[in-house]
Design a protein around this ligand. Sequence first.
Ligand SMILES: [Zn+2]
Ligand SMILES: [Zn+2]
Length: 110
Amino acid sequence: MDNITASEIAGLGVGVLLLSATIAAPKIDAFFSSSQRSSLGMCKRCGNIRRLACSRCKGTGFVKEGGLFGINLVDDLYETIGNRESTVKQIACVKCQAKGYFSCPDCSKV
Ligand SMILES: [Zn+2]
Ligand SMILES: [Zn+2]
C-alpha cells in the first residue's frame, strides 16, 4: 500500500511539475538570457542548437523572387496585370544555400 501511495504522489508531483513548466515556459525562456546561457556552458548565439536561422529567408530556404530589397516591385507589377500565379515563384536563398539555416559559427569553431 505504501508503495502505491508513494508512486501516486510521485506521479502527481511530475504532473504538477510538467504543468507548471508549461505555464512557466515563456518565463524560463526569458530567464535564460545570453549571459546565463554562457554561465551554463551553452552557446550565446544558438543556445546549443548549433543552427542559426537565415535572416533573409526566415529559415525557409527560399525567398520570393524580386523581394530582395523589401519592396516587391515584381509582385506589384504582376498583380496589376492580374497574373498573380507567376508571382509566387520562389527561388533558393543564396545566403544560406537554400538550407534555411547556418551552422552556428561559435559552435563550429570548436
Ligand atoms: Zn536563407
Ligand atoms: Zn552556437
